[in-house]
Design a binder for this molecule. Sequence first.
Ligand SMILES: [Mn+2]
Length: 298
Amino acid sequence: MPHGTFFDFDPLPLKDAEVLIVPVPYEATTTYGGGTRGGPEAILAASRQVELWDEDNDWNPSQAIRLATVAEISPDANGPAAMLEKIKKRVKPWIAEGKILVTLGGEHTITLALVESYLTRYPDLTVVTLDAHADLRDKYENSQLSHACVMRRVWELGRPLTLVGVRSYSAAEYDFIRVAPRLTLLKARNLRDPDYLNLTLEHLGRIRGPVYISLDVDALDPGIMPGTGTPEPGGLTYYQALTILKAITERGPVVGLDVTELAPIPGHRVSEFTAARLIYKFLGYLYKSREAAKGSDE
Ligand SMILES: [Mn+2]
């Protein structure tokens, strides 16, 4: 295992793990700043510095989380379609066993393979993505499998899709957003208004059934997340991101998470540390909500 394990947890045998950390250092269609291939390794290294006591719920989630870190899914030189197939082949058996995957990108394109794989086990899946960009282009630089098209391809799979934190899209994407069914756009600029934030949380709270979360790190403000290929000013604050992740996990089962587009800046650790911290927060919320659900069954 070249990367070591996430959070320095004692490695569990795969069969005993509920959560799998899956590194996917794939980068092919990045169009501006590169470097997302270094994302997984940077997040893994940063995760080992995350304080395990969680002041959010005053508990130590690491004592509950049953986690294993698997070997990376290495890039396929035969292009995006081959890479997506490779990812599906690797992850489907884990998803079939009910594992919760936390996939570390790499570019956002990998989300398409993950959602397709999750749909084979959870046909009633809803996808929530946090992203600065709509990623709803039909085609970009002559590719339908560009990171700029990933949410269009995900939307085409026929399930509800909610985009949170968006603040950058083209005229054609705007026209698409206005007419597309099953699509909800919750803009970053409006989240500054507490009433709108509450509406956002209500919308997320109303989602029924399993949810898949795709976190493009550029959803966050570049002040706390400068290490990304296509930074956009005006992003989510850390606490807004936490509130949103908490609302989604408290509402019902979250079956998977991906964290994409992290491009580490040498000597500048805030981006990967923020990403690792968000993942630990997410897992804390997830296990807390499961505990609460168990408690209410008794
Ligand atoms: Mn983005």
